[in-house]
Design a protein around this ligand. Sequence first.
Ligand code: ZN
Length: 317
Amino acid sequence: MDQLITGIHHVTAIASNAQKNIDFYIGILGLRLVKKTVNFDAREIYHFYYGDAEGSPGSIITFFPYTGLVNGRHGKGMLNTTTFSVPSSAIDYWQQRLKRFGLNFKNPQERFDGETIIYFEDSDGLGLELVFNDKDKRPGFTHGHIPPEYSIKGFYNIEIWEEGYERTAGLLTEQLDHQLIVEKGNRFRFAPTDTPGNYIDILCSPDSMKGLAGSGTVHHIAFSTPDINTQAQARVKILQRMLNPTPILDRNYFTSIYFREPGGVLFEIATAGPGFAIDESKERLGESLKLPAQFEQDREHIEKTVPPISIHIDQYR
Ligand code: ZN
């Protein structure tokens, strides 16, 4: 049978301040805002999507900024680290850049062959890494304020902490078309194919505390499926594993199903298309507030409720 799941689609996290979130991900990290909309389940909260030029699956990190929300806690049953891919030659550039903007980071560490990692956190404490590698051949995106040869290419891997890896591994390999790529110590890396952008690292962390939701934590991870037919087939497999998936929901830019994996992390399966250029041109992605048709009648109220934001590039050169 063809592969139903092709890799990571997006990661969605919770933030506490819309402007700080914009400044961090566009200003410091240099990602592109590919969509500015609202949470379809809470229409007075923004939903920001950042990614590469087009918001390709495997590059998209999204946020719900709930103003003033208290911090959560990293721990078991949570996706604690999202790792972005940059070229090996960019290591001095990024260390200087993080320092310049006052971000604390851990000393570079080797992980698997050809991967040097730097861990840091965003303004809410969300766990992030840069992995310096030459395996990733995707072009990066830049607004011009980060040299193109040093810019972020998208995700490399994500890291989930679990009591034990076996049940989540079973779901990944039996229902989600993943295979074990490599393991070392308590880290088990899975992916549908051995390509950067799609690695799911499960860390066995029985001694860590349970994660708590709040700002600076990940809400869910979405896997990519080609279209609504493969999504429906994947949904049947999730049903057969008794994981109680939602019906297929329309998210405007993709359709989605959600279910909780055995370790407690919320998983989503999202279609690769239609993508972010369905309601604004590729050149102008993210520039104006986009709402699904059913919210348009509330546009005036929504625009008054969400905090004003602006994008500053020059001060992050
Ligand atoms: Zn999602």
